[in-house]
Design a protein around this ligand. Structure first.
Ligand code: CAA
Length: 260
């Protein structure tokens, strides 16, 4: 299945991993509407491709993304924003069923931080900086920054980041629970690829449902969440991969998962 590169995105596909690099380096990967639309289209096309089992999203050494494109929004009126509804595209990211690993170096600010948080795992290089600086340009986060950040790092830290606009370092993001790991800059992509390949080796249906169940925890109460988890667990007993996984364990061999 062919996946279209665009002016702002570099794409490849190897070892079950669909790999996307944000590429608009002259403006630190500022996310204009076209770039977000292309990115979301690509994520959805990876999601439909049976040969892709995990997705890796990265940027450049200086910036993962320094936010939504300010130039594009500067003169807009609220009515225009309402009609354009730019965040409708962003919102489609949460319906991607395959796991997405974000590999972040340099700036992940505003929409860049929000994009990383819309992914499932974040690996940060030692140079990464995460922040929601929208307050400094007269607005506030609009693509999930007040919601996902608060869920990830708690009210105190989120409130400070959103109200002051000050970014935090990769180490601070690790301590706060925003990222999974901090990695030396030169090793970031290799480690992120290893993680994505590891995910790609897992049983795809269980992987997809496990992702859904973890995301559900941020949305519902414990009883509803446990009920949801149990139903998905029982459902997995209708898959060949469950039979294969448990049989391979008994036979002390590696399982071969087919996504069925
Ligand atoms: N939009 C458009 N252009 C941007 C940009 C953005 N978000 N971020 C950087 N750029 C451009 C700069 O204008 C500059 O272009 P020129 O060379 O043509 O002047 C180029 O990228 C390099 O940037 P700087 O010269 O500013 O680089 P620096 O190293 O001095 O500073 C920075 C880096 C601290 C990230 C600074 O660029 C900056 O503060 N950027 C804006 C960050 C921001 O406010 N992001 C939030 C955007 S709003 C948003 O994201 C809303 C939402 O919720 C989705």
């Amino acid at each position: 299945m062919a996946h279209l590169e665009s002016d702002f995105l570099k794409v490849s596909n190897e070892k079950g991993v669909g790999w996307i690099r944000l590429h608009r380096p002259e403006v630190l990967n500022a996310l204009n509407r076209q770039m977000v639309a292309d990115l979301v289209g690509l994520l959805e096309s990876f999601d439909r491709d049976e040969n892709i089992r995990a997705i890796l999203l990265t940027g450049g050494p200086k910036a993962f993304a320094a936010g939504a494109d300010i130039g594009e929004m500067a003169q807009a009126t609220s009515v225009e924003m309402l009609h354009l509804d730019p965040f409708a595209d962003w919102d489609r990211i949460r319906h991607i069923s395959k796991p997405i690993v974000a590999a972040v170096s340099g700036y992940a600010l505003g929409g860049g931080c929000e994009l990383a948080m819309a992914c499932d795992l974040i690996l940060a290089s030692e140079s990464a900086k995460f922040g929601q600086p929208e307050i400094n340009i007269g607005v506030m986060p609009g693509a999930g920054g007040t919601q996902r950040l608060t869920r990830a790092v708690g009210k105190a830290r989120a409130m400070e980041m959103v109200l002051t606009g000050k970014p935090i370092t990769a180490q601070e993001a690790l301590q706060a629970g925003l990222v999974n790991r901090v990695i030396p800059v030169e090793k970031l992509e290799e480690e992120a690829m290893k993680l994505a390949e590891e995910l790609a080796s897992k049983p795809p249906v269980a992987l997809r449902l496990a992702k859904q169940a973890v995301l559900k925890a941020a949305e519902v109460g414990l009883e509803e969440g446990l009920d949801y988890e149990q139903k998905l667990f029982y459902f997995l007993f209708s898959t060949e991969d469950q039979k294969e996984g448990m049989q391979a364990f008994s036979e002390k061999r590696r399982p071969l998962f087919r996504g069925r």
